[in-house]
Every structure is written in C-alpha cells, then in structure tokens.
Design a protein around this ligand. Sequence first.
Ligand code: ADP
Length: 498
Amino acid sequence: MKGPYLIALDQGTTSSRAVIFDRQGTVAGVHAIEFTQIYPQPGWVEHDPLEILNTQVEALQEAVRKSGINVSEIAAIGITNQRETTVLWDRGSGQPVGNAIVWQCRRTAQMVEKLVADGYGEMITAKTGLVPDAYFSGTKLRWMLDQYNLQGKAERGEVCFGTIDSFLIYQMVEGQPHVSDATNAGRTMLYNIHEQKWDEELLKMLQIPKECLPRVVDSCGVVGMLRPDILGREIPVASILGDQHAALFGQTAFEAGAVKNTYGTGCFMLMNTGSTPVASTHGIVTTQAWRMNGKTTYALEGSVFMGGAVMQWLRDELKILDHVPDSEAIARSIPDTGGVFLVPAFTGLGAPWWDMYSRGMLIGMTRGTGREEIIRASLESIAYQTADLLNAMRADWKGETHALQVDGGASSNSFLMQFQADILGIPVWRSAVRETTAFGTAMMAGLATGVYSSMEELHSLWRRDAIFEPVMSSSERNSRMADWHRAVERARDWVRHD
Ligand code: ADP
C-alpha cells in the first residue's frame, strides 16, 4: 500500500477511534480506545472532555504507528463524532468548565417540556427541523451556564460552547479555531437549517449569548492544520461530519432518494432529499446531510430504539441464544414464525408511532411455539420496525427509492437482510466497507484536499458485498405488514399514564 493516506478521527459514544484509509478506500490501520462513561444519577450521562481528547490523540498516534505508514504520506484528516454531546470550556486556557453532557442524558427533559408548554414547539421544528427533545445541545448548554454561573462570561465570549467536533478542533488544530460544521450545529436546537445561521429567536428562547457559539463552517473544507506536536508534522484537518451524516456520505448516498440504515444497537436511517428540506408529517426529523461549497444537502432522519439490542436481550435476559450470530441459522431452520410477532417496545416506540406508553409484547404463540420461532420473530421485528420507518419517509418524500443501503453490526445477518428486502419490496445493498462512518469523513477530507477530484470518483470506490433482492409476493408482504401493525396496536398504550 502506498500514500496518499486519509485518516478519520471517529469520536464515538463509547470509544475514540482513528482509521487510516489508502486512496482506494482500503483500511490501512485502525486503533480504538474506550473511555469512561459517567452516570452521576439515574438518567444522567457524562464524559470527561479531556479524556475524550487524550484518547483521540492517542488513537491517532497509535493507528499511525501500528500501520507503519510514513507521516509525510498523510494527505488530510477528517472528523466524525457522536452528536449533540455538549462541552463548555474557557477560551483562554482551553480547560473544560466541567464534564461534557452526553446526548443520552435526560437531565433537561423538564426544561424541554416547559418550552413546549410555553408554545415554542412548532417554532423549534419549523426552524431546526427537530422534534423538541433533551437530546439536543441547546438545553444542555443552558443547564451548564446556570450550573457553573457562567452567563456573564459567556456574554463576554470568555467561555466557548461546542459539540465534540468543535472541542477537538479547538484543542488539536493550530491557532485554536472555534468552529463547528453545519451537521453538528443542526443538532443544537439553536441553528436555523433553512437560513444557515444561529437563530436569534431560538437563542433568546434559551438566553444563549451568541458570543460563546462556534463559527459554523462547511462539512467539507480545511479548517486548519493539525498541531505539529501530535504527529510531528502539520496536516490539514479537512472535514467535519456528525456520525450518521458521515455514514450516509460513506455509503456514497449522494442522490436524492438514496437511503441508508445502520443496524447497530439501535437503527439509524437517513434519506438524502437533495437541496430541499422536507418537513415530515410522521414525526421524522429534518436534518442537514452535509454542506459543501456553501450548498446544503438535506436529509430525513429517524431511528429504531431496539435494533440489534433485541438480540442481546435474547442472549442476556431470556438466555435462549448463546451467540447472537447463531440467530441466522436458527431463523433459517424453520419456514416461518408460525404467526408469532415480537413488538420490542421495551422503551416505547419511536417514529412513526411515538408512543412512550407502549411496552414489549410477544403475540400469536401456540402450544407448538418454541425458541426458534421467538428468535426468528425477534430478527423479523428489526426488519418490520425499519420498514415502518422507511415507509414513513417514503410518504414524506414522494420521490423514488431504489434500494436500502445498509451497514452496522446486525447487517452481517443475511437472513435479516433478505427478510428486510422482502418486507420492503426493494433491494437491500450491503456495503463492503464496514467502516462507513470513518470512510465517509475520510473521503470528504480527500475531496476537500484534492486527493479526489469529484463525487463520481468517490462513488466508484464504494463496493457492495451483497445485494438482497425481494422475492416475497406483494400479497404476502401486505398481509404480514398488516399483521405486524395489528400486533403493534395491541402493544400500544400499555403503561398507565397516572
Ligand atoms: P453499535 O455501534 O451500536 O455498538 P454495532 O454496529 O457494533 O453496534 O452492532 C452491534 C449490534 O448488532 C448488537 O446489538 C448485536 O446484537 C447486533 N448483531 C451483531 N451481529 C449480529 C448478527 N449476526 N445478527 C443479528 N444481530 C447482530
């Protein structure tokens, strides 16, 4: 293998990783370091920003060292990160004022409820594309400014707010640029995705001073040079993308209508809607896919709470599965579930149902129902939930969808992928690149620095490792989806509201 090489800094929720790619998109080195999850009280999640920084720098140095590549052959570095996680730091010293509040943290749920009760909900959705939620950074930042009594300093610009991309760049790039890209800014609930700017009305709603906010830049473009003490040489840092946006780019889903689903613990689906932001009537979020040359590409985004986690539940709680990958052969050992459906609404149901009062349910069992049927129904439940999500997006975005492009741990299950194609009635394309998130930001950094000359060239690097064509008849598909929906209805509104 020979240079030029591109490196992705993939700063995730549980680990900091660095992945090195050669020009053909082949992985030339990788190093990952897990870091501490901090749970100060139930429902609260924090990270130590300095631990994030140190593990990310070390992951980069180790990946380069292990791969044996020459530092002079590294053309550019791209960043992709866990989104919404909020950091506040002192502009002068660069020291964080406290732990980062992680996207999962529910501490500002009541603050969001109050915003909605005060009538801000529709305005938030219209401007940000988001459904108001404690996930997003805005209320987390408000909480920090109050907690540390920093409103005055924020107004004077003496403290800086940023998501993880912003914090890493401030610390790792020469001259300490205080920037963030459009995809990360779009997850703050403070950024107007139509006008591409921090929104005065949203800032006023949460009393956030403009002076503490990063400058928002394109996802694709050089923001500065990596500090030479990190790898012994300056290297351009040339892309920033939130993790799901990077995966969409890494799937080279460049055309409007292209859609990807990542099958991890949960499932994350993004559909490219081109230059048009599509407002959903099904509770699906409107987001920016990326911004290049000042031009925004938009996307619809939705998630399934229980994806591969359903299989972990079979293994760890029900204890009817020794190893998750065994589920494929077990599902294939029977012709169908014999009418059994699992609705894995363990924490409620997301899009398009939005029912936090629903709970998990297994229905349709008979005296002959066994472990195989339950395992197969569990895999099928991942596909049914994904189908509901994609069908909702297809109802919002009226254009053509030719295929579902897939990645993530559970996409390696070919039974699941075939069933997915059958139940959707469109082909499923599985990416040969398993590191689509890292691949996406690395490719974008390559585009920004002239390693690649066009999006078409990037497209030619992407490979499918398998195509799953639908073979189920449409009458069977419709009948199964109808039964699934009957099952969902029975699981809904189970928890008492009082
Ligand atoms: P995350 O990034 O969310 O940690 P991964 O992409 O690593 O997730 O995927 C892990 C998830 O995929 C787990 O929930 C696991 O149960 C599921 N999984 C992994 N392999 C398979 C398989 N062969 N069949 C079904 N599910 C699988």
